[in-house]
Design a protein around this ligand. Structure first.
Ligand code: GLC
Ligand code: MG
Length: 680
């Protein structure tokens, strides 16, 4: 082994490279070298010696350690170390502060409108005249075109179709009319691939009379004996009490097999489940698990106020106490004190909700719940379905008040209906608005076609989640259904209550059957005769169409902070016009809506509002020729049925000076310098 004393002393030769000669035995550690020097009697301080050479690649550990303890290496290293510690701590602190200051992100059910598909009427892929799951699959582009991310599909469970799917024979199966379980799974996967969420209809209150449980209950199978509400009654005698079905007449029907009466708050083919039986509750919970495991994103809970009935079965008080009892046949004749909104109802819904929540834990897998309950002038009952900070229930109960708009169309009435919700909604909750569904006449027909656009404009510029019933985005109207064509059981009882008019096939194009079905000439309900002009294809080509305006507003709602999470403030209401603004603290761009629901054209004078600039430019008018028009704020003109979205810029906020006129679900402010939102 050679000794490299020379090179150590000179401090110039890199020993590591000498090994490249191939002589492994040439390798020497610095430590050995030092030992050698000392053994030949040269006394040197090792530190001093190493000061004379440079570190080299491949130096052994011992040498490395000697170098690394030298001050010129050690000090920078320690400085760097502490710097890293400080930077890391600072980053953690900044992150925590940002998280603490950031308002919650909107969840998917808040971020986009909910679109309701009535599957019988949306798109028929196989030509049997009834829409189906494959048909929906063919039309996913439509949702994306409208910037819609949440789709609620009315029931497609196996069903005898007495109430078109709201009478469920098997909660775990798909009706062959709509397709197969595989079709469902493919639809769900395709929707998820496109970032679309699927909300299922869920019907806890009743089953079909063909459901296995009912068959077993009729024969008094011990386990199923009280799955339904059975009461002794005489087949030819009086009913157990005066309760009536929503579809009319007594809600009690005698069953020959069991020899008792059973309760049905809807059709006699829809017996009410007995939720006082814990096994029934468990059955429903199991079904919720079944669909959540398949990956559905949420449920629309049907007819929830009917879930429980008073156990005492007393007669309900008549609205008109003098009416002869035999004429008491509709829900409007009775105060439904014992058949709706009973104590215990919310506990059940909260139990269902808790199941959803166990599936919400995965990131971006939030499961949504909306409840259906018409409480009319008892709005406080509806509000009870909202979750609170302590107990979770609905994300929101459906808000049906705008469905009343046509009955008294005016600016004051529109404000009144909006205020029913905003004035009663618990603080911090998220509003929502429904202007059409499969149970109510199309708003284009009840308000008149001239008001369709302004109603869509209202829907998409109010705070909260808008719900759009299929076809509202193109302004579809009711069809006329003759007596012999009536399909709806409610219509068979009372023609004027028929829901067929609003369930006609979706109008996709000007081809046969409006493109709903292009294989045969059958459609389960007639197609509206206006389909050649009122259809998706034609309206996509027209920038001023109902569809294009819907799409514009849906995009605007998503892109503009003020519209999807800003303040909502009432500005003005009169016989024609309802006006409100949307603004966000810190953001100069705000929106003023001037909507004319009345019968006459109007000039609205907003000159008394200093927060508005003097000149206001129309971003979108339902009357396309007025796009871009500039109005003095003292003279904003609208025709009957015209709505304006005005975008303006201001540094003066309206909400601080009018707290009683303004609402916000969760306050957030904008910091323009660094372009962030923060809690304020
Ligand atoms: C809900 C549905 C309606 C159905 C009823 C009975 O109100 O929206 O269509 O007939 O429940 O299930
Ligand atoms: Mg079909």
């Amino acid at each position: 082994m050679s000794v490299r004393k020379d090179s150590v002393e000179l401090g110039v030769t890199n020993l590591g490279f000498r090994d490249a000669d191939g002589d492994a035995s040439d390798t020497i550690s610095e430590a050995e070298s030092v030992e050698k020097q000392e053994s030949v009697g040269v006394k040197m301080d090792p530190e001093e010696k190493y000061n004379q050479m440079k570190p080299y690649a491949g130096m052994p550990k011992e040498v490395l350690l000697l170098y690394s303890s030298q001050a010129r290496y050690r000090v920078p290293r320690e400085v760097l170390f502490w710097l890293m510690v400080c930077v890391t701590l600072a980053l953690v602190a900044v992150t925590i502060t940002l998280i603490a200051l950031s308002p919650r992100c909107l969840s998917w059910w808040q971020a986009s409108p909910v679109y309701q598909v009535y599957p019988r009427s949306f798109k028929d892929s196989d030509g049997d005249g009834v829409g189906d799951l494959k048909g929906i699959m063919e039309k996913l582009d439509h949702f994306q075109y409208l910037n819609i991310k949440s789709v609620w599909i009315s029931p497609f469970y196996r069903s005898p179709m007495k109430d078109f799917g709201y009478d469920v024979e098997d909660f775990r199966d798909i009706d062959p009319l709509f397709g197969t379980m595989q079709d469902f799974e493919e639809l769900l996967a395709a929707m998820h691939d496109r970032g679309l969420k699927l909300i299922m209809d869920f019907i806890p209150n009743h089953t079909s009379d063909r459901h296995r449980w009912f068959n077993l209950s009729r024969i008094r199978d011990p386990h199923y004996d009280d799955y339904y509400v059975w009461v002794d009654c005489d087949p030819n005698g009086p009913k157990p009490n005066n309760w009536v079905s929503i579809f009319g007449n007594s809600s009690w029907t005698y069953d020959e097999v069991r020899g008792q009466c059973y309760l049905h708050q809807f059709l006699k083919e829809q017996p009410d489940l007995n939720f006082r039986n814990p096994n029934v509750v468990q059955e429903i919970i199991d079904i919720i698990h079944f669909w959540l495991k398949k990956g559905v994103d949420g449920f629309r809970m049907d007819a929830v106020k009917h879930i429980l009935e008073a156990a005492h079965l007393r007669d309900e008080p008549q609205v008109d106490p003098n009416k002869p009892p035999e004429l008491v046949t509709t829900e409007w004749d009775l105060h439904s004190d014992y058949t709706t909104s009973q104590v215990g109802l919310h506990d059940l819904l909260r139990e269902f909700r808790a199941v959803l929540d166990t599936y919400s834990r995965e990131p971006s897998k939030y499961r949504f719940m909306v409840t259906e309950s018409y409480d009319y002038d008892e709005v406080e009952k509806t509000m009870m379905y909202y979750s609170t900070h302590l107990v979770r229930e609905s994300d929101f109960p459906f808000n049906f008040y705008l469905l009343d708009l046509p009955h008294n169309a005016s600016g004051v009435w529109a404000k009144h209906l909006v205020h029913i919700w905003m004035g009663n909604m618990p603080r911090g909750e998220w509003p929502n608005w429904v202007v059409g569904n499969h149970d109510r006449h199309r708003i284009g027909s009840s308000a008149g076609p001239a008001y369709v656009r302004v109603i869509n404009m209202l829907l998409l510029t109010l705070p909260g989640t808008p719900t759009t019933y299929y076809g509202e985005e193109i302004g579809m109207e009711n069809i006329n259904v003759t007596q012999s064509e009536i399909q709806d059981p409610a219509g068979k009882y009372n023609t004027s209550a028929s829901r067929d008019p609003e369930r006609s096939p979706m109008q996709w194009n000007g081809d046969m059957n409006a493109g709903f079905n292009n294989k045969t000439n059958i459609t389960w309900l007639p197609v509206h005769p206006d389909y050649e002009t009122v259809n998706v294809e034609v309206q996509m080509k027209d920038s001023g169409s109902v569809l294009s305006q819907y799409r514009f507003l849906s995009n605007l709602r998503e892109s503009e902070l003020a519209l999807h999470r800003g303040w909502f403030c009432y500005i003005h209401a009169d016989a024609n016009v309802f006006s409100y603004l949307r603004e966000l603290d810190g953001l100069n761009r705000a929106y003023l809506m001037v909507l004319n629901f009345g019968k006459e054209s109007a000039i609205t004078d907003l000159s008394s509002i200093p927060e508005l600039p003097d000149q206001l430019m129309v971003l979108l008018s339902t009357n396309q020729v007025n796009d871009g028009k500039v109005y003095q704020k003292s003279q904003i003109q609208t025709e009957a049925g015209e709505g304006l979205v005005i975008q303006y810029s201001t540094s003066r906020r309206y909400n601080p000076n009018h707290p009683e006129e303004c609402y916000v679900s969760e306050k957030a402010c904008y910091l323009p310098t660094i372009n962030i939102l923060y809690k304020c």
